[in-house]
Structure formats: C-alpha cells, structure tokens
Write a protein of this length. Sequence first.
Length: 549
Amino acid sequence: TENELKEVWMEQKMMNEWRRAEVPLRNLRNFELIFEVVRARDVTGGAALDDLQFIDCARSGTYPGSCPAATDFVCSNGDCVVSSLVCDNKPDCTDGSDELDCSSLAGACNFNMPEDQWQAACQLVQDQDDDFDWQLGHGRKYQGTGPSTDHSADGAGGYLYANSTLQREADVARIITQQEFPASFGVCHLRFWFHMYSSKQMGTLKVFTVANGGIPLLMWAASRNYGNVWRYSNVVLSNPHPFRVSFQAEVGKNKWTTIAIDDLSFTQECAIGAPVTPVPPTCDSGNFQCLYLMACVPQSWRCDGEADCVDGSDEEDCGSLVPGTVPPQTSCEDSQYSCAKNMCIPTLLRCDSIPDCPNGEDEYGCPVVQCKIGELVCEGNGSCIPHSKRCDHTIDCPAFNSDESSCNECPSGYCLNNGVCIVGNRGPVCICKSTWTGNRCHVQQKPTPPTSSIVIADTKTVTLYIAISVAVFLILAVVLGAGILYFVKRKCTDKDSRLIANDELDNYATECRGQLPDVRSRASTGFRVKWSKFHKLAISVYPWRDEPQ
C-alpha cells in the first residue's frame, strides 16, 4: 500500500496440479499486488499463475466507519471516495453526489463571469512584479494553441489564460489568491484543470505557496505539450507559515503559446489548517537540514545570503544577531576574549562564525553578516573590515580590537580542514585545500565557481593581468553593444518552424508586433514575495506524486 508492505497470502505445499486461491484484501486502498516466489534448496520445483481476477474491489459503505478511512466521503449510494476529491468539479461518486453541495468552499472559481469581474469574484489578484497578465477567455482565442472551450460540460463558460505572443523567453505571469490560508503540511489540497497545447517548448505552469515576505515554495509544475484537452491536477499544498497560492505561467522557447486554467477549488482542510510537524532530522552535526525537503547542506552555507536548499529554508530566520549573552570580559588581556571558565582566546577569533570557546560563547551577540574572504566582521556596527586594514596599527573595530589581534602569529588551530597557516604583512592567512575556502578553511566549496580568495602576488604581474583584462572587457563590450543594436533595429522574423510540433501552428500567420509598454494598473495589497531568485525553479516539493488522470 502507500504506507507499508503487507503479506496477505502464502502457500508452501508442493502439488503437481492447479489449485484455486481466493485472497480477501479487506480495507486496502491504492494498493499493488506483488507475487513473490522464493526458491528452496530443491531446485527442481517451480511455480505458475493463471486466470487472475479481482472481484468486488469497489468498496461501498453506509456510514463513514465502513469506509477504508474515517475521513472518506460517503456517496449517496453508499460508495466511498477520498475526501480530497469532493467538490473538485469532477464527479467521483457514480451518482455524482460528491459535487452537489460545493458553494461554501473558499477560493473556488469557475471563471463563468464577465471579463471585468473575475478578479473580485474569484478573489485573485495580478502580481505586481511579473512581466505580463493573466486574462479571462471564452472560446478559442488563438489558432493552434489554447483551449477551444472552457472545462464545463457545455463549453459555454470562461477560463483564465496567459498568452506569450508579445513576450520574451522566461517572462512570467502570476496570479495570487487574496485569501490567506493557515499554515499546514500535507492536508490542504488544491484541485484545478489546466490546458497546455502547443509545442514541446511551450513553457511551464507552476503552483507555489507564498508567505508574506517569504520565499515561494514550489508545489507543482508542468512543462510539456499535454494535447488539446483539459487535464486534471490535485496538488497537496504545504507551508510552515500562513500562505497564499500563486499560479505562474512561464514563457518557453516557443513564444506563440497559451497556458490556461479553469475550475479552481480547495478542500475544507485548507481553511482549517493543521500543525506543521518538522521533518525528522537526517543530517549530521556538520550539515543543515532543509526544513521542507529531505536534503542536507553544509552548516557553513547557512545564512550566507545565498539559498542552497531548493526550498530556501537555509536563509530563513537568520536574524540579525547570534543569540547568547557575552560573558564578563575581566580576566583576559586587551587583545583576548574571555570565554566562560576563565579561558582566553585571541580576539581575532571573535565573530568569525566558528565556535572556539567550549560552549561557542565567542559567537554570542555577533551580527549575522556575510563578509568577503579576508575581511573581518566588526561587531560594533556590523561592518566588514577589509584585509588591507588588518594589522595596520590603527584600530578599526574598537569593540575587541580584532583587526589588530594576532598580527605576528597563527593562533592554535586557526586553519581548519588541513589548511596551512602563514603569517603575512596583514596577519595570519590560511592556505586551504581544494575543497575548502573561507578565512579559516571552514566553508565547503560550492559547485559554483569559487569566490576569489587572497592571493599574494608580484605587483607588476598583477598590473599586467589587470591591463589585459580591461582590454578584453572593452572589446567584448563593443561586440555586445553592436549585437544588441542590431537586434533592436532589425525587423522581427518569422518564427522558427523547428521549434513547433503542431501542424496548426506551422500554418499560423505571425505578425510583426513591438513590445507594448506595461500600462497595467494594479492595486497594492501590501503582500510582498521574494520572487527574484526562485521563480525559475522547476523542482516539485512532491516529486513522487503523480496527478490523477
């Protein structure tokens, strides 16, 4: 089943004849059968199956307790359906009773209304930070792409669509629910129908949950040609904070496409919410457990200003100061920091994101700031002291004088992960192994190009390299400028037929049209989302979940 592997029948007797077996499966749902043969010591035997039948496997009941799950919906004829399928604009009971009383569900919308009323009626709002808008449509709007009717039985209603004709690749259109749902994990279901008909490069439809001021979490995505039919999707929504739901259409390589949605609905559990149970930790002490995905990233990547978890949780709740109380500073010298139990360490080790005191108190009260390699965090104002101002006989960080500490020595255990410490004109410097970086070789290298580190080199050589780099940059800038000028001035060409996998689109006459200015009038809702880094993610939070057809 979805939850466990259960043995329901076994036979060990050896018989040289066909035998009939009848196995009661009882209250099992969404199950698969596995027939397993285990060979014994006697290798001369064997097993065979024939004439498999499933009898009366459609479970019925007259009260909730008789269904496979207590939360099941009991149809008027006694059949049972999963509660997440009730009021999803698709009859699942054979008598259609699961779609009879659906008027009270918050957020439901079938878009069967005048064009100027759908935002207010459906409680949806256009995002202020996208590139173009969703629109209400009736019938076929464009030849060769998009639906010819809405999803309703008579096809006379409306639907919402995003057309990419005047857009560029990677442009996005978003709508967001005005209603905010309470935090929940795994209990809220969004049901909707979508239409994606064009070429294989038509773009992507995504569903996010977004918290106010937070990072959008990708719940579902579709990015291929699904044919000229409406498709059904049932998506589990989760977020540890109160959230809204966003539909995002992203333009692909083929810019003559339409993405459409219709008949949105939410289950009752969305309005009720549920306690958010943290994901059980599976990472060791040197790694950070991503909050909403079973993934680990190095602890040194936590709160470094760059999201490394797909869900962005390594950059959440970073705060401005490391929690903790600084112990009394009375028992050590001026260039030292006093740990608990009268232990002294160089002030150079203060606020370097590495705990050197027994209980890590050298990091208490430190500002959460990301400085470049070679720089020091100054706790007084949260600034970064550049490498050029270290050990220059001028105190730039008066809190603990850390920029003038250990100028002529390498503190014990200063370089981590087999790094080698050398003392230069600006104090100790760590030479790290290839997989580590940071002032103390404490940050694991990311798979992206590494951050530039301090290099002690001959001044003349550096000057020569800089001159060559500037010359190359100027040449590239001229070439790039000429290319952009040519692109802007040239007339738009016919679409590349190699990108099209649709006979109707191949015959579609395109017209040269310039990009229209954005004159959309939008009302501010005060709801802001950090879209800039994450709107192009195409990884589902539930990659194992297939939408039912």
